[in-house]
Design a protein around this ligand. Structure first.
Ligand code: PTJ
Length: 250
């Protein structure tokens, strides 16, 4: 169904359609619709814009990715449906591997998500063949990883909350993109970008262009300066003080 361009919520409705079409194509899990709805609510309160603290988090995240030795972008059903092209562009720009890692894991979904990423231009997509749970004490299916277990930095998006803690316990740096600043994932990650993945990934690509000329010492300084706790507090304040004007315009 075509969404009229002049519909006041056209952008948001188009994202909904990407997710529902993803469900019909067997890419998105049923629970992914609920996760998307939760995200929509937070995004609404953010005025559906990337706020200043999120830009700071994006900058720190890109610095960390550029410094990493074996970074991995973890892709699930929702992120594949929403922004597979941009995920591949970010992976190319930062030499980050792409691994499909699912909570509602099935061979069929893994392969369908891999195929979409390949169509978006990915040269390799990991995580499809592996069946060995190698993230210690993680009881969900997300424990089955190919490269994530050996990565030094992992980018997780729309996470369900149980994995970041375990990845941290393995000594990894975790970058999260999650619209909910109160989520377990956002609190546990080293860098939490409180923003919509569809805005964050293109902004990360822009920041790669900006930061890739910097020396490692300068990138390290950007990463070290970042304070995740403070950033989450700032994002929470923005949501809590969300004033009538931008809400009533909708
Ligand atoms: O594809 P699978 O099998 O791995 O399943 C993945 C889902 C998404 C079903 C699973 O991870 C899940 O249930 O996630 P939760 O627990 O609902 O958490 C999702 C988090 O992502 C929530 O905090 C949402 O606010 C947030 N979120 C939703 N949409 C977006 C988002 N964050 C950033 N961008 C979004 N578009």
């Amino acid at each position: 169904m075509d969404i009229p361009d002049d519909h006041p919520r056209a952008k948001s409705l188009r994202l909904r359609h990407l997710v529902t079409e993803g469900l019909e194509a067997g890419i998105v899990a049923k629970a992914g619709l609920i996760a998307h709805g939760r995200g929509e609510a937070y995004d609404y309160l953010l005025g559906e814009q990337t706020r200043k603290p999120a830009i700071e988090a994006i900058k720190a995240a890109v610095a960390v990715l550029l410094l990493a030795d074996s970074p991995v972008i973890s892709v699930n059903g929702n992120t594949c449906a929403l922004c597979s092209d941009d995920i591949v562009k970010l992976s190319d720009a930062t030499s980050c591997a792409i691994e499909v890692n699912l909570f509602y894991r099935s061979r069929e979904r893994l392969e369908k998500i891999r195929d979409v990423l390949m169509l978006s231009g990915a040269k390799s997509v990991y995580g499809i063949q592996t069946d060995i749970p190698n993230i210690p004490s993680l009881s969900s299916e997300r424990a089955k990883s190919e490269l994530i277990a050996d990565a030094d930095v992992v980018l997780v998006m729309l996470e369900d909350g149980d994995r970041t803690e375990k990845l941290k316990a393995m000594g990894k740096k975790v970058i999260a993109c999650d619209l909910n600043p109160l989520s377990r994932t956002a609190k546990m990650a080293d860098i939490s970008i409180v923003d919509n993945v569809v805005r964050t990934i293109p902004l990360m690509i822009d920041h790669v262009k900006e930061l890739s000329g910097l020396a490692d010492s300068e990138l390290s300084a950007i990463a070290a300066k970042f304070d995740n706790k403070k950033n989450l507090k700032d994002m929470e304040s923005i949501i809590r003080s969300s004033q009538e004007p931008h809400i009533s315009q909708r």
